[in-house]
Design a protein around this ligand. Sequence first.
Ligand code: FAD
Length: 485
Amino acid sequence: MIPGAADAPPEFRSPPRAGEIAILGAGFAGLTAGSLLARSGAAVTIFEKDIAVGGLARTIERNGFRFDLGGHRFHTNNRRVETLFRQALDDDVLEVARSSKIFMNGRYFDYPWRPLGALRGFGVRGAAAIMFYYAAEQLRQYVRPPGISSFEDVIVSRFGRAMFDIFVKEYSEKVWGIKCHRIAAELAEWRIQNLSVGAAVRDALFPRSRGTVRSLARKFLYPPLGIGQVAEGLRRGIEESSRVLTGATVTGVHHSGGGIDSITVREGDRTGRHRADEFLSSIPLNRLVHLLDPKPPEEILAAADRLRFRDLVTVTIMIDRARVTDQSWIYLPERGIPFGRIHEPTNWSAKMAPEGKTLLVTEHFCFRGDDVWNADDEALAGTTIAGLESLGLIRGSEVIDSLVLRVPNAYPIFEIGYDGNRRKICDYLGSFKNLRVIGRGGMFQYFNMDHAMESGIAAADEIMAESTKSRSRRREETVLAEARP
Ligand SMILES: Cc1cc2nc3c(=O)[nH]c(=O)nc-3n(C[C@H](O)[C@H](O)[C@H](O)COP(=O)(O)OP(=O)(O)OC[C@H]3O[C@@H](n4cnc5c(N)ncnc54)[C@H](O)[C@@H]3O)c2cc1C
């Protein structure tokens, strides 16, 4: 923020420095872009509305207990991304074995699904039903290939109706908050990639083949003090030459002449304008549209209103016991259980709790403003503890403390038709010559942390390439001018 600019708009107190770059949001995408650009010598300012950096991938600390907002495992096949990740941690990285279960029908099943385990868990009749529906689906596809238009269509065609009904339907509807036939088919491709019954059987027999399918990866990288350590490391690097402002909410994005010229930023009770040459936005795409001044055409505003996010409430329970489970994650599809997923951070790094204690983080998927989001913290902690007791995981008397956090915009919802709206908005935003959108919510894409980092790298590379081009153009012009008689 320009110092003393609080009472300044619409005039600016100072012009931007040459090569000044403003980044909206200090999640993994914004911090990665900021880190590369700052290293290249650009003057970067990152504006983050929260008091901490990291966005969705941050770690909360309370009385020696640490936890992510839903455990964040890191996995990438991109060398450049892994190098940045490791550099941010000074190479102090844990390699954690992954082990996850689904709890249903009173028992635990392996996740990712293993057909043999599923067959054992559901007995001969259940197993027969799974095999029958799988065979029937294969035959149906052979005789009359079905039209594939939804997430449900893809899963049923690949695994059969019984597997879909048993393992996928309830959990997906709990996470996304809409029926599976309304979820776009792409989600299935992203979630399960080339996983099929055949691949799962091969995996059960020859586990080494797992490296190729992301959803089957056995190991992941994790920082000893939680995923937020990466964001803190990136922030430190940026601040060697540039700025990261937290508690700085962007409330307006002003444009003229086909480019963005400034943003309005609120810091506490001060509001001011910040100018820059380039703007990168990782804030939710629909929010960005509504911040534009002058306003975009009605159809762009309407497209933005049709993009929705699923929100999340995490309820963390601190426990007076060394360990409760031996799992990375436990998935809980059944509607009767108020949360959809649990993780125990001490299974990811022993440093996530004081010696001899542990914690369970439960994820309650919801929409902002619904009963879960609005429930008071004490009630949420109460139902969570009761839920964990009913699963046989803890006793109420072991609970030391609890913490409820509300996480807006956790998951872009890939409802059929979302892509048309997303493209319409991106085409419109593409008409601004100095604005780039990056990141998961910023691009409204199914991104994990590594993808968010990749999008930050791509945007930084583009800006650096353009600035190299324009520098050499300027050099050529100077040489020509000097050569003129
Ligand atoms: C429960 C959960 C579990 C996950 N688990 C994994 C996992 O195991 N592995 C994995 O790789 N990925 C995981 N992810 C996905 C991962 O969190 C995201 O891909 C990644 O963090 C996205 O980073 P980002 O920078 O694109 O967006 P964000 O982290 O959303 O960053 C955007 C930033 O913009 C800020 N902002 C918003 N509005 C404004 C404004 N007006 N002004 C200023 N700042 C603003 C926000 O506060 C935020 O900090 C998980 C996500 C969730 C929700």
